[in-house]
Write a protein that binds this ligand. Sequence first.
Ligand code: PEP
Ligand code: MN
Length: 337
Amino acid sequence: MQRQNKSKGVIEAINEAGLEAKVMEGSQQKIVGVIGDKTRLAAVPVDALPGVETSISISKSYKLASREFHPQSSIIDVAGVKIGDGTPVVMAGPCAVESKEQLFEAADIVKAAGAQFLRGGAYKPRTSPYSFQGLEDEGLKYLAEARERTGLRVVTEVTTVEAIEGVAKYADMLQVGARNMQNFGLLKEVGKCGKPVLLKRGLAATIDEWLNAAEYIMNEGNPNVVLCERGIRTYETYTRNTLDLSAVAAVKHLSHLPIIVDPSHGTGKWRMVKPMAFAAIAAGADGLMIEVHPNPAKALSDGPQSLTPENYREVMSGIKKLSAFMKEENIVPMTIG
Ligand code: PEP
Ligand code: MN
């Protein structure tokens, strides 16, 4: 770590030793991350370099995503909406963009009840090739129109490298879905695209693998990564996935990145969305992703886990009261450090 203006000499010394320097600007200090073969570092008198306050060795395989590297919790700004600043953000909307009417109706509902983001897949990663695959480019245009209409930010999934440019043109935040969490080519390219990324946990990914996936994005120069716990596969079959709320506490300890929770995919059952949403906020999640459909019975995908407008309003009302209560009473779910 070092004060401003003196990083140049440090970076040069690191580069001369054949190592890579990653700089993170803070308001008080600059952090220079050194990446590469550790044995080469022996040739660099790190602590003696001008401007260096202190140096630490990061034991984890992920560095930029680790709290060791960046002790302060990160706040990610997505087109003016802050994620991780203590007020939970809500990303809500249909599983898939099905039509302009359906999307606008959903957008109006989630906006009125207090979401900050509209979600909705234009490119859908479906298990079966015969299922509805999404409206693709047309869907992206509807999402952009819904943003104009409501002022909501738009988060939508990108499933291939080829689709990144188009999605980035319309969305405020790119979602990398569970099925692509270890698609390293895709992770690298979203790391280069300049837009904030919502990285969902893989279907059977460990927390360590998930944070390494975030590292792939950050290593390309994109620090704006938000994690999303969406359940993992276990032997339990009653629920679609097993929502791992302990991941919220683990990630808060291991990483500075914000983490939100998706109780819709996490349970697969609309009845379980409300209790799990409340529990996620109580556990310290920075926000929620919730599927809402104007008429879940007619949804082209994930109807059984989608909330009706009425149920969604009930969840939102509870979330607002719960987070206000936690703030008022100074209830801090996780002590960092
Ligand atoms: C989604 O959020 O639209 C989605 C497909 O979720 P996941 O990648 O978590 O299955
Ligand atoms: Mn879905």
